[in-house]
Design a protein around this ligand. Structure first.
Ligand SMILES: [Fe+2]
Ligand SMILES: [Fe+2]
Length: 207
């Protein structure tokens, strides 16, 4: 079940056209999913190096990085079983669209980064939830299990943002919610795990 906190946090549902596109591109889905897990671990490590004096954050990120790497191993194992080869593919512009609005000065930069990461985790969680019913048994079970960890990651990032913010974060959360909604509803040339509305879908809709 998608937790109500995530349902309320995200300002739009993943469009059905993205789900359809994901089902048509099983290899790209798994490939980019694997990349996202690797990237999530990398981001956690980057923050550990950037904020070595934030003790609680450090412990939190260390556990999180390990969990993301475990997810990476799980996705790539499924890929291997299915005869798919892991390779690097270009990232979608989703994360970039969010990160470009992050404050440049500390401590706001840290708070914004944590809020943005909470959105990325929440969207992953929502996508696992929406995809799961359409997938084969093995993948459906795997995505349902990931949904639980990603919802914990969402809560963790949000909790860290609240912990280190000097003032309430509601306004910043509302701002990034809007940016995130736009990213999800914007047309995207390439299909990726966090991409927007697939280009073909808008073309078909217009035809
Ligand atoms: Fe993960
Ligand atoms: Fe995660």
């Amino acid at each position: 079940m998608l937790i109500p906190e995530i349902e309320a946090f995200l300002q739009c549902q993943t469009p059905q056209s993205w789900i359809d596109c994901a089902l048509d591109h099983p290899e790209e889905l798994l490939l980019d999913h694997a990349n996202c897990e690797k990237k999530a671990a990398g981001t956690a490590l980057t923050l550990m190096f950037r904020y070595p004096e934030r003790e609680e954050l450090l412990q939190h990120l260390s556990r999180l990085a390990r969990e993301e790497l475990r997810h990476f191993e799980q996705v790539t194992a499924i890929m291997k079983k299915r005869g798919m080869r892991y390779r690097q593919i270009t990232a979608s512009s989703y994360a970039q669209r969010l990160h470009k609005h992050a404050a440049k000065q500390e401590p706001e930069k840290l708070i914004d980064s944590l809020i943005i990461l909470a959105f990325i985790e929440a969207r992953s969680c929502e996508r696992f939830y929406r995809l799961a019913p359409f997938l084969d048994e093995e993948l459906g079970r795997f995505y349902t299990s990931l949904l639980k960890s990603e919802s914990r990651h969402f809560e963790g990032y949000l909790r860290m943002a609240q912990l280190y913010a000097k003032q309430p974060i509601d306004q910043r959360v509302a701002f990034f919610a809007e940016v995130e909604r736009e990213a999800i509803l914007t047309e995207d040339e390439v299909f990726r795990f966090h991409s927007g509305v697939p280009k073909q879908a808008t073309e078909t809709a217009q035809a």
